[in-house]
Design a protein around this ligand. Sequence first.
Ligand SMILES: Nc1ncnc2c1ncn2[C@@H]1O[C@H](COP(=O)(O)OP(=O)(O)OP(=O)(O)O)[C@@H](O)[C@H]1O
Ligand SMILES: [Mg+2]
Length: 248
Amino acid sequence: MAKQPTPILSARGVRKTYVFGAIPVEVLRGADLDVSQGEWVAVLGSSGSGKSTLLHLMGGLDKPDRDGGTIRFQGTEVATTHGARLDLYRNREIGFVFQFYHLLPELNVLENAMLPAMVGHWFAQFSGRAVAARASASALLESFGLGHRLHHRPAQLSGGERQRVAIARALANSPRVLLADEPTGNLDVKTGEGILDLLSERHARGLTVVMVTHDPAVAARADRIVKLTDGRVEDEPPTASKPLKDNE
Ligand SMILES: Nc1ncnc2c1ncn2[C@@H]1O[C@H](COP(=O)(O)OP(=O)(O)OP(=O)(O)O)[C@@H](O)[C@H]1O
Ligand SMILES: [Mg+2]
């Protein structure tokens, strides 16, 4: 029988309201999502349903409303964490793939992918850390089929190539959890499947993945599919789930 997995990331009763002029728009209205250690969860939902918002909150990139629920990483509250502790969470525990890449245009591919390893280590450029970060970022980019693009700027890349750089950057610090917002949204089917295979490999080695997508075929690669509707997460029917492996 499969072991009961340990929760690593937990959103409970999360509320998020944006204000457009005088009109408040409640995007999340008590969203719950528990992600188990080593699990791969796909979050489906229509455009504007709040998928990116939920992912940003879980990654500590934004805050829920006041008294707008809890977000815990290994039992520790993220939503009320600030400063260096929050930076540490975002830099070490979480890898984030943004829906629109957010690559730094003035850095080349290799420098973009090395960035998380260098953040918080201003002296890194003078240390062995830079050498190690460069080597591991190059290897990662190579495995993503970008070995020949290391010294190009993002503006010189196709959308799919930029997306792969963004994923490599998110994995550069070997995070515990990858939060990926439409990681294959800009790729053709074959390239998208290649990316999902790479994520599968990482997942098989213990990476926890929360992946936002609007594509049910992409979502099918996950262990579990949930749907965001009316500001809440509704579970997919059990038939959509695959059982967790014994070691998860
Ligand atoms: N910073 C913001 N300020 C105001 N409104 C916002 C902000 N970010 C998102 N919204 C609004 O919140 C709603 C949810 O946005 P979100 O980006 O989370 O949706 P989504 O499910 O990721 O959509 P898509 O599939 O199109 O990416 C939308 O109506 C959007 O306009
Ligand atoms: Mg989105």
